[in-house]
Design a protein around this ligand. Structure first.
Ligand SMILES: [Zn+2]
Length: 72
């Protein structure tokens, strides 16, 4: 559901964030930094764990919104 969302991949060398979609990140092992041209290995396990956290918080927000709706 979040696959089309853009995610900023920070470059360890120059700190520039290269934006790629989550679907793209899942399909690749590395990316080329748009700031310095360095090829950066994607720490997919950590990234996807972060993304899961994002997904969870989105789900939580939806749940609480629904709860608020019911109260009305
Ligand atoms: Zn860079």
């Amino acid at each position: 559901m979040l696959d089309g969302k853009k995610f900023g991949l920070p470059c360890p060398k120059c700190g520039h964030k290269t934006e790629e979609t989550i679907a793209w990140i899942k399909a690749h092992d590395d990316f080329v930094c748009a700031g310095c041209g360095e090829t950066v290995q994607l720490d997919n396990k950590r990234l996807l764990a972060d993304l899961e956290e994002v997904q969870k918080s989105v789900a939580e927000t939806r749940k609480s919104l629904r709860r608020m709706g019911k109260r009305r």
